[in-house]
Design a protein around this ligand. Structure first.
Ligand code: ADP
Ligand code: ASP
Ligand code: MG
Length: 412
């Protein structure tokens, strides 16, 4: 029997009515002849609440206990969804990550899925079970501890199950009806895309578009999972939502496909470090060991053998970064005058595979920001994206101005 994966995000299971509504959608696919693997998120807001409790209890928490707490939201929705389906006379049961088991690395709070043995769930399907409701976002480490996959990780659970079970499709049900040229919450001119290339979606996701977790797109690309994003609030139709697919399957060819932003950034500058071979390793080694995800890096011009080193990292890792740098200073491996944290920055990026063959895209971006009087603090580029760090208070303005400048409201 063909298998389908259906993932419901937080807003789609936010209360019992929504769980009932999602269950009806699942029932329809069962009636269409599928064995369904449902992947659920926690009720919306729940994970934030759990993370808040952990931070309040222990600011530099033990990530194993963070995972024990934060994974619990998904257990509730998985059980409730299974109960709702049973009430509808559909044979269903819930599965927590460790029961499948979803085998992950031990990188707590940010674990990667290594394997999903299919035999337990297959055996139940063979026994007449129609729906396996899997708690998203969680797994089990080789040490037997509960892990989580990073924020937004239920998307990755869904795609990983679709790959492991050879599912016909992986449908991601969320609160928007597809992937847009930018977050529709920032501008009403955002346009829904019928299709988007894996590479573009990968960049948009990693640059902050939280509609899909980056790792889920990576997996879909690697295993050629048919991945669709659609609304759980609208009536289904055949061409609903956005299909994430190979570049060759796309007709549209805007140079820029979309604008992404990330609000939760911080810029940190080490003032006056010795400019000598090995200094970058001495700084970024300890940061990596402390679990700080460094993104942009700028080394300033050096004067009299000393330089400033600037880097960006997620806002909530500032304390960790500070501690790692103070520890490194205390151990004598680096020396600096001061560590300045600017917690009021945001990153805005433009993404498009058309940039490979078009010159002047970055220049146009910089001119657009100049015209709005927005100062750029740090720039990074790759083959298909340009990112800038700016003051957070100009973030929405920057996204809107770039969306206009690249005429993203119009299909090419
Ligand atoms: P879920 O809880 O279903 O996983 P998320 O909140 O994680 O939903 O992701 C959906 C949200 O992603 C949307 O509500 C939207 O605000 C945001 N978003 C950001 N960028 C985009 C984009 N380019 N297209 C669509 N949605 C986007
Ligand atoms: N509940 C988790 C989160 O909010 C995972 C997810 O929803 O994808 O990050
Ligand atoms: Mg999400």
């Amino acid at each position: 029997m063909p298998t389908l994966v259906m993932k419901f995000g937080g807003t789609s299971v936010a209360n019992l009515d929504r769980i009932a509504r999602a269950s009806k959608r699942v029932a329809r696919e069962v009636a269409n002849g599928y064995n369904v693997i449902v992947v659920v998120s926690a009720m919306s807001g729940k994970t934030n609440e759990l993370v808040g409790w952990v931070n309040e209890t222990s600011p530099l928490y033990d990530a194993r206990e963070y995972d024990a707490v934060v994974s619990s939201g998904e257990n509730v929705t998985a059980g409730l969804m299974a109960l709702r389906l049973q009430e509808m006379d559909i044979p269903a049961r819930s599965w927590q990550g460790w029961q499948v088991p979803v085998q992950t690395t031990s990188a707590h709070a940010n674990a990667r899925i290594e394997a999903i043995p299919t035999d337990n769930i297959e055996a139940k399907f063979a026994d007449g079970m129609k729906v396996a409701v899997v708690a998203g976002f969680q797994g089990i480490s080789p040490e037997g501890r509960i892990t989580t996959l990073g924020r937004g990780g239920s998307d990755t659970t869904a795609v990983a199950f679709a790959a492991a079970f050879g599912a016909e499709r992986c449908d991601i049900y969320t609160d928007v009806d597809g992937v847009y040229t930018t977050d529709p919450r920032i501008t009403s001119k955002a346009r829904k895309l019928d299709r988007i290339a894996f590479e573009e979606m990968l960049e948009l996701a990693s640059l902050g578009a939280k509609v899909l977790q980056t790792r889920s797109v990576e997996l879909a690309m690697r295993y050629r999972v048919k991945l669709r994003v659609l609304s759980s609030f609208e009536e289904p139709s055949d061409n609903a939502g956005t299909l994430v697919c190979a570049e060759e399957d796309i007709m549209e060819n805007n140079v820029v496909a979309g604008v992404a932003y990330s609000r939760d950034e911080a810029k940190m500058t080490l003032i006056s470090v010795a400019d000598r071979p090995g200094i970058a390793a001495a700084i970024f080694g300890p940061l990596a060991d402390a679990g700080v995800n460094v993104d942009m890096i700028v080394q300033n011009i050096s004067e009299e053998g000393r330089t400033d080193m600037t880097f960006s990292c997620p806002f909530d890792q500032v304390k960790r970064a500070q501690k790692a740098m103070e520890d490194a200073k205390a151990s004598g491996s680096i020396n600096f005058h001061d560590l300045v944290a600017d917690e009021g920055v945001a990153k805005v990026s433009i993404v498009g595979i058309g940039m490979r063959s078009h010159a002047g895209v970055a220049a146009k971006m910089f001119a657009t920001l100049r015209d709005e009087g927005i100062n750029i603090k740090v720039i990074t580029t790759s083959e298909i994206k340009v990112s800038v760090l700016i003051d957070r208070k100009y973030m929405e303005l920057a996204v809107q101005a770039l969306h206009d400048a690249f005429e993203l409201e119009k299909a090419a």
